[in-house]
Design a protein around this ligand. Sequence first.
Ligand SMILES: Cc1cc2nc3c(=O)[nH]c(=O)nc-3n(C[C@H](O)[C@H](O)[C@H](O)COP(=O)(O)OP(=O)(O)OC[C@H]3O[C@@H](n4cnc5c(N)ncnc54)[C@H](O)[C@@H]3O)c2cc1C
Length: 464
Amino acid sequence: MERQSGKRLIESEVVVVGGGYAGLAAALRLHDHAVDFTLIEAADRVGGRVLTEVRPDGVTVDHGGQWVGPTQRHLVELAARFACPTFPTWEKGSHIEIWHDGARVPYTGAAPTDGPGIAEYVRVTEVLDELAQTVDTVRPWRTPRFAEWDARTAEAFFRSATDDPAARRRLALTVQGLWCAEPDEISFFHVLFYIAAAGGYEQLMETRDCAQDSRFVTGAAGPARAVADLLGERVRLGTRARAIEYDAHGVRVHTPDGVLRARRAIVALPPHAVRAVGFAPALPDSRDGWLAHSPMGRVAKIHAVYDTPFWRESGLSGVATLYDDGPVGVVFDNSPDDASHGVLVGFVYGDRLDGFAGLDEAARRSAVLACLVAVAGPRAGDPHGYTEKIWTQDPYARGGYEAYATPGGWSAHGEHGWREPTGPLHWAGTETASEWNGYIDGAVSSGYRAADEVLSALRAEGGR
Ligand SMILES: Cc1cc2nc3c(=O)[nH]c(=O)nc-3n(C[C@H](O)[C@H](O)[C@H](O)COP(=O)(O)OP(=O)(O)OC[C@H]3O[C@@H](n4cnc5c(N)ncnc54)[C@H](O)[C@@H]3O)c2cc1C
């Protein structure tokens, strides 16, 4: 290790920037191919938008990503490799929809079959599925009606698809629930792309055998920590990439306490975090334009902890969808598998978060508990534990679950800006995934893809 102007100079073949699932997966693949690398992570932990906390009462809480489904093969295989078990999400009992006029509509099974606007909603979602089947998720710009759909918002499509206000409310909550954004903010093409990347609308929305199927016994950060343990000292925490210089010979990644020099870099950051790094030379217009069209969703995730999952005794599942004016849009039973405590989790997203985040802590808590009381009864108003994570205030994520594309972004910049390498810079992160884009699984596959790009480049350069 040399020193340069009093600062450390670290040399490796590859630098990986970002220690979320994408960066860790990239580093793991390099490790498996015996390629020398250093991974730098700005925070003092790995996992990024997956953040597991074991609370003083022993309850494990996932503040960020938590669920895994059976078709999320990259994450499933990673978890199996590191022996991280899962358990099924609780969904026994009666689910509830709460409407803006206060009506409570119970239902059982995977999805409601009755209630305001349901027939129209189902019809429109079938259309979404049909259109999504025409999307090319590897080369999205080759999709037949790519530019036409990318010029519209999801809202414009919903308005043309149905006049039914209740169906539109359902569709709006879907957009909020999946992208943490409002229907008038997101490209309609992006909606279809995302549905296609997940393998269909049902995969995104439902629990059993779908995206919300299971949770990790030791929290969703379990596999990430296991990968970091295996990689050892090559993972450097608390090391933020401030600037990246690159040319045909390689990269120099500047951090507050030194410079890392390498032949190639894998940048595994969400779009806004890429923009916070200074690049020299500046990134090409296509990449910069793509990043500018990729804002983060706006979400908070709140857990209330009780002695028992008491709602189960009265036949409730704890699963609820709220179309009223409260902050919470969706509630799930997030209790541990052994039901040693009862845990309800609520999500606040999109425009609802803007008002919510501006309240003081006590007002936020009482607004959320009022929603939980509406779902599970008066006992829900008195949890022994309460914790919230407002992701827009996280210094590194600045939102969640993921970035979405605004209208025009895909057609103007997607082909060259989405994930095409920039000289020796390779782009990873769930936002660059063709399968399960936006999910942990997408992060993992994006890391593998970027590492494969690097491995072929190194081979082509004759280095390996
Ligand atoms: C509330 C919430 C709920 C979610 N629920 C689910 C779910 O149930 N299932 C699911 O599959 N997905 C879920 N997701 C999405 C999932 O968590 C993400 O898709 C995935 O974790 C993204 O991984 P990533 O590696 O692409 O990015 P990140 O996890 O964001 O990793 C990027 C890393 O880079 C670091 N970093 C940032 N800037 C720099 C810098 N300059 N230098 C060095 N390091 C830097 C960050 O600290 C971070 O660790 C959820 C997300 C949120 C927020």
